[in-house]
Design a protein around this ligand. Structure first.
Ligand code: FPP
Length: 230
């Protein structure tokens, strides 16, 4: 119910979903178990976010740097995409939201690229929200790619640049939330984060819940955003 949520709701919330590995380790389980539960949290929180009336949610699911993790963990993430992603996204799609991906998707095996394409196409008509999932995403990579395209096009205006980012049709995040206790952006949406409000939580991502989302949206509603002005 919308009335349960604070009144000054952002347009776009982004999450750095950190802490899956530690969450699993605390339970003497492999790190990939943490990702398995983490992806369920992603679905749960996306449904909450759209329920609150927030139009866009971005998540950092797999970074350009995550590729260097032990093969077993990378394989675990691939396995999750292969076995769970379509089913999990069905709930999001049923909610009337669309699912898009940002990152260099060419890196993924063909069957995974096809899954991502199917999810994107199936949800394309969704109008009640956008879930933007970063996969093989890195902000420096995104910025360099956009800059190279601008040079090639001979058009380096801010508008031309923004149009070449993965987030071309998505507004900048109003707030970026990082769970898991670390206080850094780790190459996530660096260009788009220029005026984002930052929130850091010690909660490990699999434990992140509706109550904590409400608490931080309540705090967000109190922040005075000046965008460099007075
Ligand atoms: C950071 O926690 C999290 C990741 C590197 C991946 C996040 C992935 C998911 C939530 C699920 C995958 C999503 C899709 C769409 C397949 P960490 O593993 O670095 O945790 P740690 O800091 O405790 O080690």
């Amino acid at each position: 119910m919308k009335s349960e949520w604070p009144s000054r709701i952002p347009t776009h919330i982004a999450f750095i979903m950190d802490g899956n590995g530690r969450w699993a380790k605390k339970r003497l389980m492999p790190r990939s178990y943490g990702h398995k539960v983490g992806v369920e949290t992603m679905r749960r929180i996306a449904l909450d976010v759209f329920d609150a009336g927030i139009s866009y949610m971005s998540v950092y699911a797999f970074s350009t740097e995550n590729k260097a993790r032990p093969q077993e963990e990378v394989d675990g993430l691939f396995h999750l995409i292969r076995t769970r992603l379509e089913e999990l996204m069905a709930d999001i799609i049923a909610r009337g939201a669309r699912v898009v991906f940002m990152g260099d998707l060419q890196y993924f095996p063909q069957d995974i690229q096809e899954i991502l394409q199917r999810v994107k196409e199936k949800s394309a008509a969704g109008r009640s929200g956008t879930l933007n999932i970063g996969l093989n995403y890195g902000a420096r990579d995104e910025i360099l790619r956009a800059a190279a395209q601008c040079v090639q096009a001979g058009d380096a205006t801010p508008e031309a640049f923004a149009k070449r980012l993965y987030t071309a049709d998505i507004p900048d995040p109003d707030l970026i939330v990082r769970t898991g206790g670390e206080k850094r952006l780790s190459n996530f949406m660096l260009y788009q984060a220029a005026y984002s409000e930052l929130f850091f939580s010690d909660t490990l991502w699999p434990d992140f819940d509706t109550a904590e989302l409400k608490a931080l949206l309540t705090e967000y509603a109190k922040r005075n955003r000046r965008y460099g002005k007075v």
